[in-house]
Design a protein around this ligand. Sequence first.
Ligand code: GDP
Ligand code: PGA
Ligand code: MN
Ligand code: MN
Length: 605
Amino acid sequence: MTSVTTPGLDNAPTTHAKLLSWVQEVAELTTPDRVVWVDGSDEEWTRLTEQLVAAGTFTRLAAKPNSFLAQSDPSDVARVEDRTFICSVDEADAGPTNNWMDPAEMKSLMTELYRGCMRGRTMYVIPFCMGPIEAESPMFGVELTDSEYVVVSMRVMARVGTAALEAMGTDRPFVPALHSLGAPLDEGQQDVAWPCSTTKYIVQFPEERTIWSYGSGYGGNALLGKKCYSLRIASVMARDEGWLAEHMLILKLTSPQQKTHYIAAAFPSACGKTNLAMLEPTIPGWKVETLGDDIAWMRFGEDGRLYALNPEFGLFGVAPGTGWDTNPNAMRTIEAGNSVFTNVALTDDGDVWWEGMTDDAPAHLTDWKGRDWTPDSAEPSSHPNSRFCTPITQCPILAPEWDDPKGVPISAILFGGRRKTTIPLVSEARDWNHGVFMGATLSSETTAAATGAVGVIRRDPFAMLPFIGYNAGDYVSHWVETGKGADAAKLPKIFYVNWFRRDADGGFLWPGFGENSRVLKWVVERLEGTAAAVETPVGHVPTPGSLDVSGLGMTVEQVESALAVDKDEWRQEIPQITEWFEKFGDKLPGTMWDELEILKSRLDG
Ligand code: GDP
Ligand code: PGA
Ligand code: MN
Ligand code: MN
């Protein structure tokens, strides 16, 4: 099929020459039945959601307005890190933590996969912008996809459609992002509810700032504005242009004295970002407002402070564990409707349910695989990485300045992970480089957000292991350089938190969720110089009296265990950190080895 015969190709609502020729080239390669330019209108949304219901991909929820349940193919439920590649020209630029293939080799391999891959389907052209379209340099992208689920989800997660396309004008740069399910349909062939391929590739070409994704419909693999653009490609742009693209939430904290601070926090996937971003403080007089729950782009402002912006437009949150007790603001956000739920359970009255939403499970559900489910069933009703996809504007505690193109000035950065032992509830870095060391050595147990084993401890630098678009050693250097070039007094202070430490019986030592406001309070009091701390080998940790635990019902011993810095436990980290650093060869900045020496000598002192 040629361009002349592909309906829709010739009535493009743009004269952007580069965009037009790329769309034509991809249509010729993938041979869709038609091309549709996504305008982002309500009429389009109605048409697509009706189509998805008719195809069996979506079940309309009777109990929530404009909301749908999707049950994916059981093999397509998470990011596929082993199928994700950084195809830099030079292998060294992908570094020791990414999969790499020669870009020309990858392109020829994937071109054969893409050949005819949209046969029997529609190719959608989704113009989008990450961050506000009114920004000084708007960050445009265009995703080509053969998935209606992707179009409907992208409309929630990014600013899509006519407004973005018009702002692109005739020649503004954009990131081309090609996506296919890899499931062509022959004439008369019956489609399945969740088409995908057993062959999957999630590929970034950093020099060309281009994304090629094939074979998966799952959010992190298929909504290309999110991880692929706003983290992997943006981290490369950020290195080149002197800013930071990070896997961080952004929140605004107001004290009873009406002082406000903006805080960013990097935790690996499924380790508490969305929850902390929407926290409902348990301590009187403190207020949290949300700006972002997954990604922060940070640049220095004219005043020398570091400003953070959330480039996304929606929330793609982990469903299990989200409930009225743990995250009531997420529940309120979802209640407003306009959401796509993936791989959760369906109630008999047309609502969604998942483990942790309420204390008692409904007597009967349809589980994420479409089977009858009762509380006696052997498996959970929802996949552990099931998700809600919801407009961020529905969040009842959204900070009004959340979409200010200049961002908000960050006072503190928290790093954190899921560790049963060793890492104290909170510690404060001595200075920027010590904070960078905390980020570079961050470790966490793996979760269901990526395919593979769950619960295995791995190093996850800056919670960015799956998302750094270049050499991780260069990435650590970029963080060191960011601090060098700045006025130290204006840099955010860095902290390391761990909500997931366990007691001898395996229970959480710290109640977490809304009670994490007590840790935020200590952080702010450290910024303001009013909270006490003890200096330990790993940083400043609250004194027994300086962390507000009033009314918590924890014993002194429990609080001490949560805060403990056990030298023996930490000594066991040293060989692991050493082995980790050795992977980077001479790319790792010497300051990181210096920090390791400081840690060792403090542990021996
Ligand atoms: P994200 O993927 O980093 O945004 O993480 P989420 O905020 O969605 O949380 C992932 C999982 O961790 C959910 O099941 C949460 O219920 C759980 N979680 C989040 N915060 C806490 C906490 O403070 N303590 C405990 N024990 N679990 C938490
Ligand atoms: P998460 O986002 O960090 O909220 O889990 C999705 C992901 O990282 O895969
Ligand atoms: Mn994430
Ligand atoms: Mn999240």
